[in-house]
Design a protein around this ligand. Structure first.
Ligand code: ADP
Length: 163
């Protein structure tokens, strides 16, 4: 049984993330979505809220792959060991993501060469989406309908007092 780990902050989960989840499901038998607890990013949504939103989004993904949402606060490579993952899945957007991801792979590989990292690209229409920008656009009153699901949109607008 091949287990993959897709880690992130998911603050909140976007259509870019769900596109990557859908693609990752084609590669593994179980996909663990690792939700980072203490992200340096200072999340807007609480851990529970982020976990609940991903669980809700994952329900719409059909297929044989089991999807599990797993909060983690330790090292990514240790989280991979904890959940039995041999593959780490990351989404790759433009060049901006590359430098950071390149370093992460190198460091993780030094810690455990048996865990492989694979990069997936979202469909072109989802590639520019970033949680940080979605939050900024929402705060400034822009329409975020093409970046997140209707449920996440509602949750985000409620969170920032714009519902
Ligand atoms: P963000 O970078 O938007 O704050 P996360 O830290 O939650 O989001 O990202 C988790 C993973 O999902 C990372 O590998 C990130 O590169 C990837 N990802 C996020 N948005 C997209 C997107 N629109 N297309 C492809 N990958 C993405």
């Amino acid at each position: 049984m091949r287990i993959g780990l897709y880690p992130g902050t998911f603050d909140p989960v976007t259509l870019g993330h769900t596109d990557i989840i859908r693609r990752a499901c084609k590669l593994v038998d179980r996909l663990v979505i690792g939700v980072a607890v203490n992200s340096g990013k200072g999340p807007l949504f609480s851990l529970d809220e982020r976990v609940n939103m991903i669980e809700q989004e994952s329900r719409s993904i059909n297929g044989g792959t089991e999807i599990v949402v797993h909060p983690f606060r330790n090292l990514l490579i240790d989280c991979a060991h904890d959940v039995g993952a041999t593959v780490i899945v990351r989404g790759l957007r433009a060049v901006a993501d590359f430098e950071y991801e390149f370093q992460m792979v190198g460091m993780n590989r030094a810690m455990d060469p048996s865990v492989e990292t694979v990069f997936l690209m979202a469909d072109a229409k989802y590639q520019p989406i970033a949680s940080r920008l979605v939050k900024e656009i929402a705060l400034l009153g822009g329409d975020i309908s093409s970046f997140v699901s209707p449920e996440v949109k509602e949750a985000l607008l409620a969170k920032i007092g714009k519902a």
